[in-house]
Design a protein around this ligand. Structure first.
Ligand SMILES: Cc1cc2nc3c(=O)[nH]c(=O)nc-3n(C[C@H](O)[C@H](O)[C@H](O)COP(=O)(O)OP(=O)(O)OC[C@H]3O[C@@H](n4cnc5c(N)ncnc54)[C@H](O)[C@@H]3O)c2cc1C
Length: 384
């Protein structure tokens, strides 16, 4: 077969694809990264990015090992998580409940991406940008990708890191269940009048879920999972800031919008498989979850870490038994997170069932009083 050959081709240079490229290179493989759209590097580290991630301690350690953790001046710390139900239920987790330094760190998407792409360059990883694959073939010994510039690339393994609408997943004819939540996540950043003291706040009101996440300095990032995102996006900056402040009981005083709000549709995607002959899926290509627990990209970083770890021994990067081990190793963590988030979403959106209303609020308050259960929940949430 013609075309340049490497050990691994990664399709998609978002956070998970870039992290996979670095981790697999560190594991000794010759990696090529194919990204359809090159990031605009001049704009990556400017302004405030409304798209933020609550990065777990396990994933911070992973990114630090890759030398791709952003500058500390842009990082917020979650020391406490305060969750309010729709009828008086309440639970608070402290980092000390999990015996950890922090529950999570808040990092902006563009700063994370810049740190990862800087390291891709420093590591000398070949990046082919501005092209997209048009055909994927796999044989017993390798896989090949035909690109839309007419060239062909070959490798022992192709990693699909091309997001929720993954082309690689489709090219492998992997079917999946897709459940739209009928909501979008509206994201925006605000300066706040009072210090947030590292407290992340979340309110379930029966129709929407509002989260305030502490950023660096006196700033918060909002993720409002709402059935009517257009109504929020249509508001003037001042009206949106006042609505968000009021929805959170003015807990941080007056808010001021830092950059325009944006919305992204929320869907649960569960492919029937995350591997195919000589192909592995990672990140949103392999799964999506409701953002109520802030775990989407965390699952993706763990896919990258586990895949690189399983492939660290050398040999054939696309060996079927190793891919099966990858699928098995990730199945439980991904399913547990998807079921937990989906279950909580359903539980807090059953307004017509009064018994459930009592149960969910009593459940929150009861769990709050059970230190051992709380410790276990907190430890799971941060990726122990
Ligand atoms: C607008 C928006 C806002 C979000 N905000 C939040 C948030 O605030 N908090 C949160 O936790 N989650 C948020 N999410 C979800 C979160 O972004 C994802 O969970 C995370 O980015 C997944 O990373 P990924 O690398 O797997 O996929 P992606 O980030 O989707 O990256 C996929 C990459 O693949 C490239 N690509 C796609 N198709 C091809 C192709 N055929 N060929 C070559 N390259 C291709 C894309 O250009 C992209 O760079 C948001 C999502 C969106 C869309």
């Amino acid at each position: 077969m013609s075309g340049q050959r490497s050990d691994v081709i990664i399709v998609g240079g978002g956070l998970v694809g870039a992290a996979s490229a670095l981790a697999l290179t560190r594991a000794g493989w010759r990696v090529v990264l194919i990204e359809g759209r090159l990031p605009d590097f001049s704009a990556l580290e400017q302004g405030w990015d409304a798209r933020i991630y609550a990065v777990s301690p396990a994933n911070r350690a992973f990114l630090e090992r890759l030398n791709a953790w952003p500058d500390g001046s842009r990082i917020g710390t979650i020391n406490v998580m305060d969750v309010c139900g729709d009828a008086g239920g309440r639970i608070a987790f402290h980092a000390s409940d999990a015996g950890a330094e922090a529950l999570a760190w808040i990092a902006e998407n563009r700063w994370l991406l810049a740190a990862l792409w800087r390291e891709l360059e420093a590591a000398g990883i070949e990046v082919v940008s501005g092209v997209r694959p048009v055909a994927l073939h796999s044989s017993a010994s390798e896989a090949s990708l035909q690109l839309d510039d007419g060239s062909t690339r070959r490798a022992a393994l192709i990693v699909g890191a091309d997001g929720a609408n993954s082309w690689v997943r489709e090219a492998c004819a992997i079917k999946g269940a897709i459940k739209p939540y009928g909501q979008s996540g509206v994201v925006a950043n605000f300066a706040c009048e009072k210090p947030h003291q590292g407290v992340a706040r979340q309110w379930f009101d029966g129709t929407s879920i509002l989260a305030w996440l502490p950023m660096a300095g006196a700033r918060i990032s909002m993720v409002w999972s709402s059935p009517d995102p257009d109504a929020l996006l249509a508001l003037s900056p001042d009206d949106l800031a006042e609505l968000v402040a009021a929805a959170g009981g003015h807990a941080l005083g007056k808010l001021e919008l830092l950059a325009p709000a944006a919305a992204f549709p929320l869907r649960l995607i569960q492919p029937e498989a995350v591997i195919a002959p000589r192909v592995a899926l990672v990140g949103d290509a392999a799964h999506t979850v409701h953002p109520l627990a802030g775990q989407g990209v965390n699952l993706g970083f763990q896919d990258a870490a586990v895949l690189a770890e399983l492939l660290a021994g050398g040999g054939d990067a696309g060996e079927w038994l190793t891919l099966r081990r990858y699928e098995r190793s990730r199945r439980e963590a991904v399913r547990t997170m998807q079921h937990t988030c989906d279950g909580l979403f359903t539980l807090f959106h059953q307004l017509d069932k009064p018994l459930l209303g009592w149960l969910r609020n009593a459940g929150l308050s009861l769990t709050h009083k059970l230190p051992l259960v709380k410790r276990e929940l907190a430890r799971r949430a941060i990726g122990f």
